[in-house]
Design a protein around this ligand. Structure first.
Ligand SMILES: [Zn+2]
Ligand SMILES: [Zn+2]
Length: 251
């Protein structure tokens, strides 16, 4: 079996998030050493305790587009803050991002809901034209009905993430759920991204456990968007075009 090889790591945090340990420069340098061609800096949204202030996002585009030969996308990991799928970042901010990740996090308004609530919220987020990736959907703290959300994602041409940190350092208990949704991704011929969710330079591009899980459950290069920078760019461009059409045409 040919191994899945990633060219981009689309989810990571720096010192700006309040619980990260490296700078943008250090993350980019580590990415170059890891042989990556692209990374996305995706700090937590405004509802995350200790996270960046709105001023940070207003200045985000000051980050160079290329560092150490690595393309840098500027994005956010927005928090889903209620059952309606509202995010903690306004459209004004999301519109200025190269990439928008969204997910459930403890302490940001969605603790203790039901599986039906989380499923409804996630489907609503998939309909948000600014959102590109649903992060760490395997987190057992926020269970969803995978059959429903994966079909909704496929319909909207959106992707889920297999998050390496969920399988190694945080969100323990995610593995079985990640395996389950990976098999559904294969069944429905949908797509995923595989990311490190690095919080320190040493973790950039380290996705071995997630890649292994994906392959074990039948996923191949063709299912994984970030095996090629071109595929990532095509994916982001597709949604940019859709967004422009949405803004022009009535719903
Ligand atoms: Zn997260
Ligand atoms: Zn993260």
């Amino acid at each position: 079996m040919i191994s899945i090889k990633l060219e981009a790591d689309l989810h990571m945090h720096t010192i700006a998030c309040g619980h990260g340990f490296s700078t943008v420069k250090e993350m980019a340098e580590a990415a170059a050493h890891a042989g990556l061609k692209m990374i996305a800096i995706t700090e937590h949204g405004l509802a995350m305790p200790g996270g960046p202030h709105a001023y940070f996002y207003e200045s985000l585009q000051r980050i160079p587009s290329v560092l150490f030969g690595v393309e840098i996308l500027k994005g956010v990991e927005a928090n889903i803050i209620n059952v309606h799928g509202c995010l903690d970042m306004s459209d004004k901010f999301l519109n200025n991002m190269d990439i928008v990740l969204a997910g459930f996090h403890a302490g940001t308004g969605v603790d203790g809901l039901t599986i039906d609530d989380y499923t409804a919220a996630m489907i609503a987020v998939l309909r948000n034209p600014y959102v590109h990736v649903l992060v760490h959907p395997g987190n057992p703290a926020f269970p969803v009905d995978f059959d429903k959300v994966i079909l909704a994602a496929k319909e909207r041409q959106k992707v889920f993430e297999i998050n390496n940190s969920s399988l190694s350092t945080s969100r323990l208990g995610s593995a079985a759920r990640c395996s389950y949704f990976s098999r559904l991704i294969k069944k429905y011929n949908a797509n995923v991204v595989i990311n490190s969710d690095a919080h320190i330079f040493d973790e950039v591009g380290k996705c071995k456990v997630a890649v292994h899980l994906a392959m074990e459950n039948g996923l191949e290069d063709k299912h994984v968007i970030n095996t090629s920078v071109e595929k990532v760019k095509d994916y982001l461009y597709l949604h940019k075009k859709k967004l422009q059409q949405n803004l022009i045409l009535p719903a």
